[in-house]
Design a binder for this molecule. Structure first.
Ligand code: PCA
Length: 218
């Protein structure tokens, strides 16, 4: 007989990206790896790294969802220049790459998915996640743009895939600042790990989001 504490097979898939654009590290993958195996309210975190490449990242993520049948998928990505854990609310159906991806692809003004809707919202509870980050004493924000590079495309592809094939699973995306050795503004890895751990708990414990004003005037 299985021990009750190990009986659950519910999974959270938590991904980061490999380094890109000349960087040698990517905090998103370091955070995901640090949380691999954590138990979060009956769910086990499975961490994985996605390639910073338009086509390959989508394929890898779809494979992970197929394999693990997760209740929640949270993708992390690096957003150099941002100062806070940046909880993305919207994924848009647009690719406009300012730099090539890690396979040399640099699409400009193409849809992520021809015939797809203009945008998807995160189904993870962004306000509850924000509240959890702030309760840790860490900088957090709800962001209304995940950019137009690989992260936005992966986020869009994830939300489309979940909507089509896994309606019971929720999805979200969090952009994270640089590590101190990469530039400023930055957050230490241990703080980002603490913040993402807290927001994962909030995501699992809040089937419905909370009402908390966090919008932008511009
Ligand atoms: N950040 C990039 C892609 C990979 C990553 O970590 C982005 O924001 O699109």
């Amino acid at each position: 007989m299985q021990h009750p504490s190990t009986a659950s097979t519910a999974t959270i898939v938590l991904t980061g990206f490999d380094p890109f654009g000349g960087d040698t590290v990517n905090p998103s993958t370091a955070i995901a790896q640090a949380l691999h195996g954590q138990r979060i309210a009956g769910n086990t975190v499975v961490a994985a790294q996605l390639p910073t490449a338009f086509g390959a990242a989508q394929e890898r993520l779809r494979g992970l969802v197929q394999q693990h049948q997760p209740t929640l998928v949270l993708c992390l990505g690096q957003a150099g220049g941002r100062a806070a854990l940046s909880i993305e609310r919207v994924a848009i159906n647009l690719v406009d790459a300012r730099i090539p991806d890690n396979q040399g692809q640099q699409p400009v003004d193409t849809p992520v998915l021809a015939q797809g809707p203009a945008a998807y919202f995160a189904t993870a509870p962004v306000k509850a996640m924000l509240q959890a980050v702030r309760a840790c004493g860490l900088p957090g924000e709800v962001s209304l743009s995940a950019g137009s590079f690989v992260c936005n495309a992966v986020f869009y592809g994830l939300m489309h895939h979940l909507a089509q094939s896994h309606p019971g699973a929720r999805g979200g995306f969090v952009h994270v600042p640089w590590l101190p050795e990469q530039g400023t503004p930055a957050l230490p890895l241990r703080d980002m790990v603490r913040g993402v751990h807290a927001l994962l708990w909030a995501a699992v414990l809040h089937p419905q989001d909370i009402a908390l004003g966090a919008g932008a005037i511009h």
